[in-house]
Design a protein around this ligand. Structure first.
Ligand code: AMP
Ligand code: MG
Length: 339
């Protein structure tokens, strides 16, 4: 398949992409979190093609993207008051809300679950594309399954050229990690995936929120994942990644002595000057927002540099740091070294 690549997301480029989606095609679109791979959410066949293009496991449901709050109502069987409070506070933006689904949502979107995940992105190109399509768009991240999520159009081209109909370049993604996923379908609001909106911010609007245990630890084989995506090794470069937990002095001692091939440090800004091994930075130690913005690009760059083993400095676990840690933990297949 020839993939049309639009280097700038002009109105006419967005219109052409909307036509492609209306005909049942797939488009790589920019959002403020990461690039999405979008199809008409109400067309089960088009949604099934997303899974094929990504090589995504069949049991991992997709997020449905809308451009106005009132588009939520037909997609779900009820809109509780907490959902409206969250939508008013954080939409458009990096928050996905899970609610009991309505009958118009095809099974391909929800992987057979009786709930649906919905988000209103803030990126103007994504919003305009949804508007011109006139239907909600199902869109997972536009990477090949298992690889780091794409934060630039170049990343999408690398993974998806020849596999999808079109790619819209809307520049680098602002947030850099995926949306926060909160379920309002259970007894208590529960964060299934940390992301661009922190648990602290959610609590300030709806009170106490639970954090699903899968956010910070690996599920045992017999456990059922509330968010199926959380159970996979994910976001990984070809290199073997380890998270190294401890202060910088101990980190430095450990990684400099480590005997592994093509080792690389993935550290915070400024620390690289004090290390004798090759290194890449992913933001300032005190800025989880910047770490989120740069993490996936850094993971892809490590592959380009031929890294064999990567020792990553651990982010703090509060605010956006929780989302950064959650992604690194999966890139590392849950391998943590304490120093
Ligand atoms: P991605 O689109 O690649 O960012 O992944 C979407 C994430 O949302 C995955 O972790 C999914 O498992 C999760 N998700 C989507 N729909 C649901 C749902 N109905 N219930 C629970 N998790 C969901
Ligand atoms: Mg993804």
């Amino acid at each position: 398949m020839k993939t049309l690549i639009f280097d700038t997301a002009t109105e006419s480029a967005i219109k052409t992409c909307a036509e492609i989606i209306k005909r049942g095609g797939l488009v790589g679109m920019p959002t403020e979190t990461v690039y999405g791979l979008a199809a008409n959410a109400l067309n089960g066949k088009a949604v099934a093609d997303i899974f094929k293009a990504k090589g995504r496991p069949q049991d991992n449901p997709l997020i449905v993207h809308i451009s106005r709050i009132d588009e939520l109502y037909p997609l779900v069987s009820e809109v509780p008051e907490t959902a409206l409070r969250l939508a008013k506070a954080f939409w458009p933006g990096p928050l996905t809300i899970i609610l009991p689904k309505s009958d118009i949502i095809p099974d391909e979107v929800t992987a057979g679950l009786n709930t649906v995940a919905v988000r209103m992105p803030s990126h103007p190109v994504a919003r305009r594309l949804i508007e011109l399509c006139g239907v909600p768009l199902a869109a997972p991240s536009a990477n090949s399954s298992g690889l780091p999520s794409p934060t630039t159009a170049e990343h999408v081209i690398r993974d998806m050229d020849g596999k999808i109909d079109a790619i819209l370049n809307g520049g680098a993604c602002d947030v850099g990690v995926e949306s926060t996923v909160i379920s309002l379908a259970g007894k208590k609001p529960r964060v299934l995936r940390p992301g661009g909106i922190s648990p602290e911010e959610l609590s300030s609007v709806i009170g106490e929120v639970e954090i699903d245990p899968a956010v910070l630890s690996q599920l045992r084989a017999e456990e059922v994942a509330a968010s199926p995506g959380m159970k996979y090794k994910h976001y990984s470069p070809k290199a073997k990644v380890y998270i190294v937990q401890g202060d910088f002095e101990n980190y430095k001692r450990y990684v400099e002595a480590a005997e592994s091939e093509n080792k690389f440090a993935l550290c915070f800004d400024g620390e690289e000057k004090e290390l004798t091994l090759p290194s890449l930075t992913y933001g300032h130690a005190k800025s989880p927002k910047e770490q989120a913005h740069r993490l996936f690009n850094a993971l892809r760059e490590l592959d380009d540099l031929g890294a064999g083993t990567v020792y990553a400095r651990s982010p703090e676990l509060s605010g956006m740091g929780l989302a950064v840690y959650n992604r690194l933990l999966r890139a590392a297949a849950f391998d943590i070294i304490e120093v």
